[in-house]
Design a protein. Structure first.
Length: 530
């Protein structure tokens, strides 16, 4: 669907979120944030100070730890060099208000620190151990695990006697409150600024600040999977829901709903958002040498070990996505089981409503003391500008095509679907809004209205000036021709383009489409392709 009653719900939620964010603004986010670095890693302190300076975090909110430099640590090393020193600092700096319960045990009654940023150099994960934990018993697939991410374990730092085996249910899961207004003081939203190189960490920080100022504008790429194993349909539903959420607020979406991921050579330009699953490692268009995400992009690919290391730009998904320009990502250090990983539809929804990256990620995560790792600035709010309701709306002609589309979608959210589509068509054609025209074409193709789809996509590629945008519209238009039983039109279009640009990363993909249109058996594509 291009527009539905969900738009009206979204508009109401924006008003509610705006009110809550205003209340949370009573205490500035930097005052609720602590930063931890590793003194043993020389660059870690410099990065911590750089982040604190960029976000206006006071110097007395920066904590140095003396911990191992390896990415994985034992449970004992975690407790003695990371967790216990942090607890002592929280007490010494009076960030925690501690009361005694009826049994004489200390309990955290209030915490003035709700965000914790871990800096490159702080270990990433706690490795599994065969040693039993006294008094801690468990069973089933979760209760037999004592491994987890350092970050997720620190999220329950205020609960020193929590179970070690298995996961802890996250009380912040599915919330719609800023953490400032969340009454449970035991939840600490932990993210890390970590990447294969220190230079990438600095870029993540500056890109987040810049995107908040300028807006996160661009296209979303959503990669479904169609996995048939029991329970796996949950991941595909997340992707379907994300597409509708984005259309409802005027963010153009390219959806790959084939069993594979986006294929090699697919022209993935202006990528502001990426959500996908379930390939073992970075593949497809991300491996093109010149691929870069838009400034401030959020990019996540679900896989069991997507963040097993953040030091290698080509290992797994999380580090490679960050290395290729994303400002924020989420991954898993060990097997999380799909239902206990971050729910991407909820993550996307909360980001669109103006919550911080940390709030959105933890609202979307059902389990704590588990496997997830949130990589990015915890205070980053990519869509904060959408909540500035007093800002004047730009007209379709003067605004960027991205903003014009978004402004139109929000302004016309109460119209019927037919009215909305008719007005969207008029605006897109009149203003030659390429992203909007392409989106209309893809929505028409998904609805099997192939005639309008090819028309929209023809107009989109005529309005584009960048090669990759034109090539993508050609690929999509050719697919529409094939589905409309007009293979000769597809062949003619593809051959005309290949004569002009015969040697591009998309050439092999275009030739595969040409063979498909001609009825020629297509050679088996490399793993990871459609």
């Amino acid at each position: 669907m291009f527009k539905s009653a969900a738009v009206q719900v979204w508009a109401c939620c924006v008003i509610a979120a705006t009110f809550q964010v205003v209340r949370a603004a009573d205490v500035p986010l930097p005052q609720m944030t602590a930063v931890a670095f590793n003194r043993t890693e020389p660059i870690s302190e410099a990065l911590a100070k750089f982040y604190a300076q960029q976000r206006g975090i006071a110097s007395d909110h920066v904590i140095g730890l003396d911990c191992p430099i390896d990415e994985d640590v034992s449970r004992e090393d975690f407790e003695t060099t990371i967790a216990q020193p942090l607890r002592e600092e929280f007490k010494k700096r009076h960030w925690w208000t501690i009361n005694s319960d009826a049994e004489g045990n200390d309990r955290v009654a209030r915490s003035s620190i709700r965000f914790l940023a871990l800096i490159r150099g702080v270990p990433l994960k706690i490795r599994p151990s065969a040693q039993t934990v006294p008094g801690d018993t468990g069973g089933g697939p979760l209760g037999s695990h004592n491994e987890c991410s350092v970050d997720s374990e620190l999220s329950v730092l205020a609960m020193p006697r929590h179970p070690i085996l298995g996961a802890i249910p996250n009380p912040y899961f599915q919330s719609f409150k800023p953490i400032r207004d969340f009454e449970n003081p035991n939840i600490l939203l932990v993210c890390r600024l970590d990447a294969p190189t220190p230079e990438i960490v600095r870029r993540m920080i500056t890109d987040s600040v810049a995107a908040e100022k300028n807006g996160l504008w661009g296209r979303a790429y959503v990669d479904s999977s169609h996995r048939t194993a029991p329970g796996a349909e949950m991941g595909d539903k997340w992707m379907t829901d994300i597409v509708e959420q984005l259309h409802n607020v005027g963010v153009p979406v390219v959806l790959d709903d084939s069993p594979g991921v986006f294929p090699d050579g697919f022209p993935m330009s202006d990528a502001a958002l990426y959500y996908g699953w379930y390939a073992g490692g970075i593949t497809g268009p991300f491996n093109q040498p010149d691929f870069r995400f838009a400034q401030g992009a959020v990019a996540v690919h679900i896989h069991s070990f997507s963040a097993s290391s953040l030091r290698d730009a080509n290992n797994g998904w999380t580090a490679p996505l960050i290395a290729r320009g994303a400002a924020a990502s989420i991954g898993n250090v060990y097997e999380p089981y799909l239902q206990f990983t971050t729910h991407l539809d909820m993550l996307n929804d909360r980001l669109l409503h103006g919550f911080t990256f940390a709030e959105s990620a933890y609202m979307a995560s059902p389990a704590l003391s588990w496997m997830s790792v949130m990589v990015g600035d915890p205070l980053y709010r990519p869509y904060t500008s959408w909540l500035q309701i007093d800002a004047p709306a730009a007209s379709g002609r003067s605004a960027s095509p991205w903003k014009a589309y978004h402004d139109f979608a929000v302004k016309n959210s109460s119209r019927t679907a037919n009215e909305y589509l008719a007005m969207a068509r008029q605006l897109a054609i009149r203003s030659r809004n390429g992203p909007m025209l392409e989106d209309l074409g893809l929505v028409s193709m998904a609805s099997r209205n192939y005639g309008p789809a090819t028309s929209y996509l023809q107009q989109a590629r005529a309005s584009y000036t960048k090669r990759d945008d034109i090539l993508r519209a050609v690929i999509e238009q050719s697919e529409a021709f094939i589905k409309d039983n007009k293979p000769r039109r597809a062949v003619e279009l593809i051959r005309s383009v290949l004569r002009i640009v015969p040697n591009t990363p998309a050439s092999a993909l275009l030739k595969q489409l040409e063979q498909q249109a001609e009825g020629t058996p297509t050679p088996v594509a490399p793993a990871g392709n459609r």
